[in-house]
Design a protein around this ligand. Structure first.
Ligand SMILES: Nc1ncnc2c1ncn2[C@@H]1O[C@H](COP(=O)(O)OP(=O)(O)O)[C@@H](O)[C@H]1O
Ligand SMILES: [Mg+2]
Length: 593
């Protein structure tokens, strides 16, 4: 059977996602019932996200995704068969088809994509005061500022406009207080300080006039839904701005879209990679609002999918609304991890063929426990399945390719200082931009090397995560014995990762060969450094493991000794009692001994 990957089979009418003993997929009309992709680092979450996003696009459903690590841009380019996929093709008895998808790149900071902006007025006083964490009095003052702006017909576009308006309000406090309510200068001061904070996070880039129409995200091209990719690596460092942005996006979509009831397929689908960043340190009021909007937006035909390491990163009330679940492997080092695994396993409708709790620890990369909603909206029985692979490229496209898409976009603004070259790691290295004459073949190689480098990075991340877990584990000695057994397979996994990285690196060297192309040699250098990092991380990991192991065997020895001591004590006690009650036993026992 040939499946053009992610093609929704007209007969089955499914968005194919994975394979167990058959193809498993999301029921299109349940696509707006939200979803979750979870799992430890390197287990395949981002790739699974790509598979689902491509599936929706293929169905003509436009998609929005926040790209936290810059590894989703590959969806704009046709993918290639690799060893991993070859193996799965044979296993599944299917053949992958590859294709590129229509993509728009956006960036609030305007470096890696076209701008998305909103005016202060459009954001509104309520949303703004939540983001600024204002109290009721301060919120009242902000509302007055908005009201004055409306009454005087002086719309506020930028943060600067708002600041000026606040100064005006403060200067005319007495007069305004008489008609609109109390205005204290202390409150104005507090708002100004909060604005400064928002500005420090780059909020002035986002709040700077000329509002973006969110409905522009909802477009199709040649029958495929446009995949809107928001560069969010920098945004992830500004939780306040990130949650503001998400908040605004969801709210404006909610306000602009009509009710659709039960549609054949979603109108629009959101994906938020590294979603824990969204919920970390986000104040309760914003969380409540996110939760509410996630609940309500379903009726507008919008599906929201969260991608995160552990499901417990997501507030319970939100989690409960996520019906389509792809759960990759979890690690179990600490008692807390074990509790998480138990609760994740309990959250599934059990399959008699396997124990979810055990499977969660055994899943390979790109393998997952899957439960999608059935036609009636009930969670289906959990399946252990292997994810399909994307039809687009895994890993990022090159800067050139990205820039071409950005400048050709209808959102491109020539005069705006867009598309600044992204910083290339070492300053001493020549920037890719400075080498405009790259031959066709070289650029292909470049892309390959870049994807390999990013793959290596994932592996390094994986190793680092393992290391952190071990460090954490060492502080909980009583659980150490158990943890030791858990950790062994991960060490060999890490070793395998290192070998993989080594293999990849050798491949790169072979591919690039004796090329004198500066781009290639510089990338090769980068690859080399990544590999070194991986190796160093592994060495450290091994040292940590050895230390834990040593500590444990000491612990075990100590325990054994104590056990023997205890046994002797009980034996002596028993004998003494026996002697008291059965004096004649003395002789018998003596003989026996
Ligand atoms: N379904 C898949 N098909 C092909 N390769 C995959 C698949 N899932 C994972 N991989 C490989 O594993 C690597 C790590 O996956 P990734 O999705 O980046 O992990 P995570 O986001 O969980 O850290 C990818 O770069 C890719 O090479
Ligand atoms: Mg990822």
């Amino acid at each position: 059977m040939l499946i053009n990957l992610n093609t929704n089979d007209a007969e089955a009418n499914l968005l194919y996602a994975a394979f167990s003993d058959r193809l498993i997929g999301i029921v299109p009309k349940m696509g707006n019932r939200h979803g979750l992709i979870a799992g430890a680092t390197g287990t395949g979450k981002t790739v699974s996200l790509q598979v689902l996003a491509e599936g929706f696009s293929q169905m003509g459903v436009p998609v929005f995704m926040a790209d936290m690590k810059g590894d989703l841009s590959g969806v704009a380019k046709e993918g290639k068969l690799n060893k991993f996929m070859e193996k799965r093709q044979a296993e599944f008895g299917i053949e992958y088809g590859f294709q590129a998808f229509p993509v728009e790149f956006f960036d609030v900071f305007r470096e890696q994509g076209n701008p998305i902006r909103v005016t202060v007025n459009d954001l509104g006083s309520q949303l703004l005061s939540r983001i600024l964490e204002l109290n009721d009095t301060q919120e009242g003052v902000l509302t007055i500022a908005f009201r004055v702006s409306r009454e005087q017909n002086k719309p506020m576009e930028t943060l600067d406009d708002l600041r000026k308006m606040l100064t005006y309000v403060s200067d005319n406090a007495q007069e305004l207080s008489a008609t609109l309510g109390a205005v204290s200068t202390a409150s104005v001061g507090a708002i100004q300080r909060a604005l400064l904070r928002l500005e420090e996070e780059g909020g002035d880039q986002f709040l700077c006039g000329k509002s973006f129409n969110v409905m522009d995200f909802i477009r199709t091209k040649d029958g495929k839904g446009v995949i809107n990719i928001l560069a969010a690596d920098k945004l992830g460092n500004s939780p306040l701005l990130y949650s503001t942005f998400l908040f605004w996006l969801l709210t404006s979509l909610y306000e602009n879209l009509p009710e659709v009831g039960d549609a054949e397929k979603p109108k629009f689908v959101f994906f938020f990679d590294e979603a824990h960043l969204l919920f970390n340190d986000t104040q309760k009021a914003v969380l409540d609002k996110i939760e509410k909007i996630v609940r309500l937006i379903r009726s507008k035909g919008v599906g929201v999918y969260f991608i995160t390491q552990s499901p417990i990163d997501i507030p319970e009330n939100v989690l409960a609304q996520l019906g389509n679940k792809v759960q990759h492997a979890l690690r179990a080092f600490t008692p807390k991890d074990q509790r998480t695994i138990k609760s994740v396993a309990d959250g599934f409708r059990e399959n008699p063929k396997f124990k979810s709790e055990e499977a969660l620890l055994e899943l390979e990369t790109g393998e997952a426990l899957i439960s999608f909603l059935d036609e009636k909206g009930a969670p289906s029985m959990v399946e252990r399945a292997k994810m399909l692979s994307p039809a687009g490229q895994i890993g990022p496209i090159t800067e050139e390719e990205r820039r071409e898409i950005i400048t050709k976009s209808s959102f491109y603004e020539k005069e705006a200082p867009v598309v600044r070259q992204r910083e290339v790691e070492e300053k001493s290295e020549p920037k890719v931009k400075e080498e405009p004459k790259v031959e066709d073949k070289s650029s292909e190689l470049l892309a390959e090397v870049e994807s390999i480098v990013s793959e290596m990075q994932t592996k390094v991340d994986g190793i680092t995560e393992l290391k952190n877990k071990i460090t954490e584990m060492r502080s909980v000695t009583e659980d150490a014995t158990e943890a030791k057994d858990t950790i062994k397979p991960y060490l060999s996994e890490a070793k395998k990762l290192k070998d993989d990285a080594n293999g990849l690196y050798k491949n790169v060297v072979k591919t690039v060969g004796a090329s004198t192309d500066k781009n290639l040699t510089s990338l090769l250098k980068k690859g080399e450094k990544k590999y070194d990092d991986a190796e160093k991380a592994l060495d450290k990991l091994k040292a940590e493991y050895d230390a834990v192991f040593k500590k444990l065997s000491e612990l075990e020895k100590k325990e054994k000794k104590e056990d023997e001591k205890k046994k002797k004590w009980w034996y002596n006690l028993f004998i003494s009692i026996l002697h008291i009650f059965v004096p004649s036993s003395k002789k018998v026992l003596k003989k026996k001994r």
